[in-house]
Design a binder for this molecule. Structure first.
Ligand code: ADP
Ligand code: MG
Length: 242
């Protein structure tokens, strides 16, 4: 059974149908990249998956359970589904270490010692251990994003959603963040990544999904999508990147 199953998902803002009959399964341990033009519905799809944006119709299941039924435990679900945003969303008044420690204590009720040990391990993994006492305002964008990744992973999520995690970064910062994500993928974490970094998507993904005007126009292995796209819309999109 797939970890996440999305069936006939539709999302409308007023008259505007932003997601049209989306069907997508994501398996445990899989890395799925979502590519496509600005406005094609990529962020709305991620936000629907973690229910920041409730779908208009359709079904989303997690471990086979429909998360859209009123009795489903959404608090527990949200703890299992991490999100990393383009804009970092760190707590600017907290140190780097506390940004990673505090959510573990408040949401997961971890002891200070356990939370700190876990945070230090993850900050080391993303190369941010030299900065544990810094405040976010003292960091570069790429450093902030690596802290945001450590913070998301510290919650022991089963899946992490990334919405253009490198789009707001200066070019020289991008590689460190992509390297941190690649290391995470190798731990077996399930990841869904919206990105415009095509070489990265090709290297890291088990599967690539191309969205166009609210539909999944094409999906397949990186080899299929980047080397042998069958849809004209995919070919036209990729021409601008490859
Ligand atoms: P992408 O992430 O692929 O750039 P989005 O999912 O952000 O695309 O947006 C898809 C479409 O939905 C766009 O036309 C956008 O203007 C519209 N949209 C997104 N969020 C909202 C909202 N909260 N209210 C109204 N329209 C929205
Ligand atoms: Mg977007």
């Amino acid at each position: 059974m797939a970890l996440i199953q999305i069936n006939n998902l539709q999302k409308q803002f007023g008259e505007h149908e932003v997601l049209k009959d989306i069907n997508l399964d994501v398996n445990q341990g899989e890395v799925v990249s979502i590519i496509g033009r600005s406005g094609s519905g990529k962020s709305t799809l991620l936000r629907a998956i973690n229910l920041l944006e409730p779908p208009t119709s359709g079904e989303i299941t997690f471990h086979g359970e429909n998360i859209l039924t009123p009795k489903y435990n959404l608090t527990q679900y949200r703890a299992k589904v991490g999100m990393v945003f383009q804009s970092f969303n760190l707590f600017n008044n907290l140190s780097v270490l506390d940004n990673v420690v505090v959510p573990q204590q408040t949401v997961l009720k971890r002891s200070a010692d356990d939370a700190k040990a876990h945070a230090l391990e993850l900050l080391q993994q993303v190369g941010m251990d030299p900065f544990i006492n810094a405040k976010p305002g003292q960091l570069s964008g790429g450093q902030k994003q690596r802290v945001a990744i450590a913070r998301a992973v510290a919650m022991d999520p089963e899946v992490v959603l990334f919405d253009e995690p490198t789009s707001a970064l200066d070019p020289e910062m991008v590689d460190d963040v992509l390297a941190a994500m690649t290391a995470l993928a190798h731990t077996g974490l399930t990841m869904i990544i919206v990105t415009h970094e095509m070489a990265f998507a090709r290297d890291i993904s088990d599967r690539v999904v191309f969205m166009d005007q609210g539909v999944i126009a094409e999906e397949g292995s990186p080899e299929q999508i980047f080397n042998h796209p069958t849809q004209e819309s995919t070919q036209a999109f990729l021409k601008r990147y490859l």
